[in-house]
Write a protein that binds this ligand. Structure first.
Ligand code: KG4
Ligand code: ZN
Length: 347
């Protein structure tokens, strides 16, 4: 008998995430995170956005060392793994292909199941990742999640670990794009969201006003706000060439506050309609300090139980893919080696 026989209750999942410009790998033992290693790609900064061709090339370079480092850090060997979980989409096809091909090869070589994961489900289930000495509570079902990233803006109802219902979404740009494009207009490098957040902390959020989109449902639209921001900056710099430099903090504070107000307005409407007061946020934009504090304030006012992810699990990471893989593994939701990436993959 093998020296290291696993009990049925111990599941080791290796998660791989490569949907955009971060190559990430994580190992979990049931819900406990043992390691999560991410290689970021700085090459895109100079272009003001992710260049798909460059992203997939960097994933090719990074994937083996990242997986290697993750296993070493976890103190887990390949032979201990129960399954490989990998992001299938949504994302950039070339980037997804690198992670998916690698995951297929590993599952084939190790004779263990392959689990494909929806990246947006992963962002939400990041709330269930446990760490050593963790005191953070996970959401209880059903809960609502405002999922805000570079490619998505959604309000999702989660009934159990594997049941998701999309209640509202953006009809054009994502809020992350609204941050990043505004940052580009201000001459800031990609990704601009964290920089807007940084300047906003020092500025007057009431100084400038932007239009609030009026859709008839709870969906979002950010393209008009983005254009209004462009025209505003063009107009102001015509009158004062140093307008941006002289007012960067106030511009960022006002614009960020406007986006947050809009995000929370629709979230409040959905909470009222569904009667659900368990409210979470997830995705890259949930790292925004203004959104985090405003959600807490709104939560107190409306007696919500709010769930705000740790910073490291807001932006893209493989811990969220591994935990989603874990729940799918328990439910025996495996996939075949013929599985292909999905650039669009609805929740
Ligand atoms: O989830 P994520 O890492 O990748 C996607 O799945 O898109 O999200 C990236 C997005 C970018 O638009 C980035 O600017 C934004 O998250 N972001 C932020 C902050 N940190 C990251 N936006 C506002 N404030 C932040 N602190
Ligand atoms: Zn993401």
């Amino acid at each position: 008998m093998a020296a290291e026989q696993h009990s049925i209750t111990t599941v080791y999942i290796l998660g791989i995430e490569s949907s955009c410009d971060d190559t990430s790998c994580a190992v979990i033992k049931n819900e406990l995170l043992l390691s999560n290693v991410t290689a970021n790609q700085s090459i895109h900064q100079q272009y003001g956005g992710v260049i798909p061709e460059l992203a997939s090339r960097d994933h090719q370079k990074n994937i083996v060392p990242v997986v290697d480092a993750t296993l070493k850090k976890a103190g887990v060997t390949l032979s201990q793994l129960s399954a490989i979980a990998v992001t299938r989409g949504p994302g950039l096809s070339g980037s997804l292909l690198v992670g998916l091909s690698f995951a297929k090869s590993l599952s084939l070589a190790l004779h263990i199941p392959l689990v494909e994961v929806n990246h947006m489900q992963g962002h939400i289930l990041a709330h269930f990742v446990k760490e050593e000495d963790d005191t953070m509570a996970s959401p209880t079902f059903p809960f609502l999640c405002l999922t805000v990233s570079g490619g998505h803006t959604q309000i999702v109802k989660i009934t159990n670990h594997l049941q998701f219902e999309l209640l509202a979404e953006t009809e054009d740009d994502a809020v992350g794009e609204a941050f990043d494009k505004a940052a580009k207009i201000l001459g800031l490098p990609y990704p601009g969201g964290p920089l807007i957040d940084k300047y906003a902390k020092l500025g007057d959020a009431k100084k400038y006003k932007f239009p609030m989109p009026q859709l008839k449902n709870n969906n979002y639209s950010f393209s008009g706000v983005k254009t209004a921001f462009l025209y505003f900056i063009q107009e102001q710099t015509k009158q004062n060439t140093n307008f941006i430099e002289g007012n960067i903090n106030d511009i960022c504070a006002s614009y960020q506050a406007h986006l947050i107000k809009y995000l929370l307005k629709n979230l409040l409407a959905v909470s009222k309609e569904t009667g659900i007061k368990q409210i979470a946020i997830a995705g890259g934009v949930s790292a925004n300090s203004g959104l985090r504090s405003e959600l807490e304030l709104l939560g107190k006012k409306h007696h919500w139980q709010t769930y705000i992810p740790k910073f490291e699990y807001c932006t893209d990471n493989a811990a969220m893919i591994a935990i989603t893989g874990y729940y799918k593994f328990l439910n025996k939701e495996f996939c075949g080696l013929e599985v292909t990436p999905l650039a669009r993959y609805s929740i």
